[in-house]
Write a protein that binds this ligand. Structure first.
Ligand code: NAG
Ligand code: NAG
Ligand code: NAG
Ligand code: NAG
Ligand code: NAG
Length: 358
């Protein structure tokens, strides 16, 4: 067993159990034009700093995995938010339905095909936070659905927060940020629930939720905190946050760099593609700092996993399965591109810019 020790032994990420997940490439390989405009970069990172992934046997971008009652549930972006189930992280994964039974109640596009769901258990109820947006747009929303059982039936409650257009979109922090890529954490002391979201616009934000998780507390004056911010975020985006707790620290994980669309948009200079970064704090509200003491609000973030061995390219879309309950180590999971398989996104992405990042 390879155990990766971050900072100290406080956070052990059992990397041989990492669920590395391939981007949906199969359709795209068939559909890609013979004369693809861009060629892959000649040199991939050959670093051996990181171990190879444990492939999870499923093609999903921005995976979200919940361990519940001895089974693993994978929620993915896609039409009505598909749910998959497996008894092992190795798969096989079986589709067991969808969170939504039609388009989201959020009146934005693409409401048929939400992105980046994050599902949590809170007070014995299940909540699925999802994103409705289009690539490159700030006209976004985080929606929420809830259920008594993880396998359904789910009830959609529509939007929780909106940016650019919608209720409260004109007030800070919604006036500056982008309502994508939700994450969730509870304060271990008080039990208070928080939603995280962002970015491409002003980094990662955190707002307190009401106890039913269906609204922001004091919505006219949200007690928001900006937890991570990169001055050059338009060049080097950070997004896809996830927060985990491993006593005594809260860990703020995020993806940094260019995520996707490499064949059409071009490959960035090596090292500017997606990678997984983290910072930590003893306070759920921050400030978060990296291993070198640099605040995440000043562009900090320790790289935990990046392109490696000429095989793994642009890993990101991270999440953590907390191993505390079963006395196991925490498990970090993510998606990546396999350089010997391909770099194109699913063919529907190119025909529908709204779903460029599911
Ligand atoms: C939303 O996504 C679905 C599924 O990919 C697609 O068929 C539909 O055309 C998209 N709608 C809009 C308005 O882009
Ligand atoms: C979920 O809804 C379907 C269709 O309405 C129904 O057949 C089923 O019994 C419901 N399941 C639960 C657990 O309520
Ligand atoms: C494990 O950690 C999670 C996430 O911080 C927390 O919600 C849960 O209460 C913990 N469980 C135990 C048994 O400590
Ligand atoms: C938890 O794991 C540690 C380290 O593997 C082991 O020493 C300890 O006995 C385990 N505790 C329980 C309750 O299984
Ligand atoms: C990458 O793809 C090749 C070819 O399918 C396969 O042999 C290899 O195991 C894959 N590696 C990873 C890390 O996914």
């Amino acid at each position: 067993m390879v155990t990766h020790v971050l900072y100290t032994i406080t956070l052990m990420v059992r990397l041989n159990w990492i669920l590395g997940i391939l981007l949906s490439w199969r359709c795209a390989v068939n559909a890609a034009p013979a004369d693809s405009p861009m060629q892959p970069p000649a040199i991939f990172s050959e670093t051996t700093l990181y171990p190879l992934p444990n492939p999870g046997d499923v093609a999903v971008h921005d995976p979200n995995i919940v361990h519940h009652n001895g089974a693993y549930y994978l929620f993915r972006g896609g039409v009505h938010i598909p749910i998959l189930k497996a008894t092992s992280l190795d798969g096989p994964w079986d589709g067991i339905g969808t969170v939504l039974d039609g388009p989201s109640r959020v009146k934005k596009e693409n409401r048929t095909r939400p992105w980046a769901p994050t599902t949590v258990v809170y007070n014995n109820r299940f909540y699925c936070f999802y994103t409705v947006s289009r690539h490159g747009s700030r006209n976004s929303a985080i929606g929420v659905a809830s259920a008594d059982s993880i396998e359904g039936n789910w009830t959609d409650h529509g939007e929780l927060i909106s940016t650019e257009k919608g209720p409260h979109a004109h007030i800070w922090p919604y006036s500056k940020s982008n309502a994508i890529d939700a994450a969730f954490i509870t304060d271990q002391q008080s039990g208070k629930p928080y939603l995280l979201y962002g970015s491409f616009w002003h980094g990662i934000f955190q707002v307190p939720l009401t106890d039913d998780l269906l609204s922001v507390e004091d919505p006219d004056h949200p007690d928001a905190k900006n937890l991570a911010f990169l001055p050059d975020e338009k060049v080097m985006p950070e997004e896809g946050s996830f927060m985990s707790y491993h006593e005594p620290y809260y860990y703020l994980w995020f993806s940094h760099g260019k995520c996707c669309r490499f064949p059409t948009k071009g490959f960035p200079v090596s090292g500017k593609e997606y990678e997984i970064r983290v910072g930590r704090s003893t306070n759920v509200r921050g400030p978060f700092i990296d291993k070198n003491g640099v605040p995440l609000m000043k562009g900090g973030g320790t790289t935990v996993y990046a392109s490696n061995r000429g095989v793994v390219y642009a890993p990101g879309g991270v999440g953590v399965i907390s191993g505390n309950a079963s006395n196991a180590t925490d498990v970090l999971y993510y998606h990546y591109l396999n350089t010997s398989i391909g770099f194109t996104d699913d063919v529907s992405y190119t025909s529908d810019p709204g779903t460029g990042r599911n």
